[in-house]
Design a protein around this ligand. Structure first.
Ligand SMILES: [Zn+2]
Length: 100
């Protein structure tokens, strides 16, 4: 790989996203002329690892944050529905017995 600075337009050397001619930084990964276009510079840069960590956390939070509570809510919902149904059946059975 070359140490020559990448100059838009072209594909970002870090993530491969197309960088328009006037762009100062990559829209895909945030690499810029200041932080360095090549991969080595992005790893040692201070901004990019934060961006990646944030994206990952956001991704995980979205996956697990939405997935688990929804599952729990649904399970609780059906538990309540089941209890209500059982109670309703028991109540109607009791009512039938009371009538006779
Ligand atoms: Zn990029």
């Amino acid at each position: 790989m070359s140490d020559e600075a990448f100059r838009p337009p072209g594909d970002c050397p870090v993530c491969g996203e197309f960088v328009p001619r006037k762009a100062l930084s990559c829209a895909g990964c945030g690499a810029s002329r200041d932080s360095g276009w090549n991969e080595e510079a992005s790893v040692s840069g201070l901004d990019l690892p934060d961006d990646e960590a944030f994206d990952y956390d956001d991704f995980v939070a979205r996956e697990f944050g939405q997935g688990q509570p929804k599952k729990t809510d649904r399970r609780r919902f059906w538990t309540v529905v089941g209890l209500v149904l059982i109670l309703a059946m028991a109540a109607s059975l009791l009512a039938v017995f009371r009538w006779h």
